[in-house]
Design a protein around this ligand. Sequence first.
Ligand code: URA
Length: 318
Amino acid sequence: MPDCASARSRYDDAMSDGYRQLLDATIQHLEGLKSRGVRHVAVAPETLRALAQPPVRIQNPESRIQNERIFATPPPKIEPTLSLPPGKTAAPALKPRTPDPGPRPPITSASPEKAAAYAALRGNVLACVKCPHLAASRTSVVFGVGSIDAQLVFVGEAPGADEDEQGEPFVGRAGQLLTKIIETAGLKRGDVYIANILKCRPDTPGQAAGNRPPTPEERAACLPYLQEQIDLIKPRAIVALGATAVDGLLGKTLGITRLRGHWQTYRGIPLMPTYHPAYLLRNQSLSEKRKVWEDILKVMEKLELPVSEKQRNFFLPA
Ligand code: URA
């Protein structure tokens, strides 16, 4: 095994603080293995190839969300809707990186082994090139955010443009609504863990804007990462946001309308399917908000979180 200390000094100057934290945790993990007599570790050829590339800049501005009205939805962002003529591609092969907005909070856990294993997994995923088209079009790999000791994990579909830009899941309009839902439940974003089925933004070649759902191949390539995240975090409950998250985790298509509000199980963990916040942005009726809120109330009860009378009655008709 190479000398870890010299590897650290060689890379120190080139790395962002976030990357350095990741590297430190990985080195800590490797040193732990070394002290237990391990002399070799298996590394996939594609990981070695990716490690030979310049370091990834980790981006994570803390999103400052104004606590406005309960579930009040943010105004739509004006996005270009221009479609390019057939045959023209809007996205360049490799996108320019956005400036690094600063260090991420360190990965902390009651268990240092858990923190190190998480950092090692994250390092692998940040270097993933299993879907070459997504590796070429992405600005960031959007791994996940929040507490790795969280009791509650939210799973969404895939990063959108804002998430790809900032390297953090659920920071766009749907994300702001998810943050409000979390806060309405009496929690903070940092109390839970948030991730997606897909870690890269699904590319949309030939389109200047818009999103698309992950393909079955992309989903299959990425799902093992989410499974490892969840196995490490060991939450007491999972909320699957929307059909892609529900189908991806349960491995079958049962229909979100039928499933929402009914407890399912993912690898022994209670899983609550509910509508994606983007659906609530499109359909702002009280009745749909109430459905999602009832699903969250069930999750709060499962986690034995306090539920006030006021919380219980949110979004009921007057
Ligand atoms: N929608 C998702 O499903 N995930 C995100 O991270 C953002 C929007």
